[in-house]
Design a protein around this ligand. Structure first.
Ligand code: GDP
Ligand code: MG
Length: 174
């Protein structure tokens, strides 16, 4: 219900699009901002309807380069769901996913989790040079973890809502 907010962490390497994802979902704005490094943890809300009732989502947008410090630990402890994010244009962000998953699940093992591959707009022919991660690679990892994969473009809006609707529904169902 609306009394208990659903905490959703958005984590992953720097510049994969975490802040852009949160902004597009919570403000419905379709303009992509310039890259501005997130400092600490930023916070935004949106209420959505799920089959299990309305959910007031609190999205926690963390800095990708953060250490697992006391502040982050506090946020992690109150979370119900997490989006593990990587980007088509950054192989390092794919390599970093297992560590992000381990870090989050160490603190809160009962989270609903989704894997997000962002910037899939780069997979079109004209942008092939910038595409460094194939969706199949991320799909294999997600399958190994038994987690859903969302292929997202914050730029086009593709699957932005789907990620958070899935996590909200899972969190409300549990
Ligand atoms: P964060 O460090 O993970 O929070 O990343 P940001 O949200 O700050 O985004 C980093 C850069 O990627 C910014 O320049 C965004 O405009 C850009 N960006 C984010 N999402 C997309 C996307 O889906 N497609 C494209 N082409 N660029 C994106
Ligand atoms: Mg950011």
């Amino acid at each position: 219900d609306l009394e208990t907010p659903v905490g959703i962490l958005v984590v992953g390497s720097g510049a994969v699009g975490k802040s852009s994802l949160v902004k597009r979902f919570t403000t419905l704005s379709n303009t992509l901002g310039a890259y501005r490094k997130t400092v600490g943890v930023e916070f935004a809300e949106r209420t959505v309807a799920t089959p299990y009732g309305d959910a007031r989502l609190q999205l926690w947008d963390t800095a990708g380069q953060e250490d697992f410090d006391a502040l982050a630990r506090q946020y992690y402890a109150g979370a119900h769901a997490v989006a593990l994010c990587c980007s088509v244009t950054d192989r390092g962000s794919l390599r970093a996913l297992p560590a992000w998953r381990a870090k989050v699940l160490a603190t809160c093992p009962d989270l609903a989790v989704a894997v997000v591959l962002n910037k899939v707009d780069y997979l079109v022919a004209a942008e092939q040079d910038a595409a460094k991660v194939r969706p199949g690679e991320v799909a294999a990892l997600a399958k190994e973890w038994n987690l859903p994969l969302f292929q997202v473009s914050v730029k086009s809006g593709q699957n932005v809502d789907a990620v958070f609707m899935h996590l909200a529904t899972e969190a409300m169902r549990r």
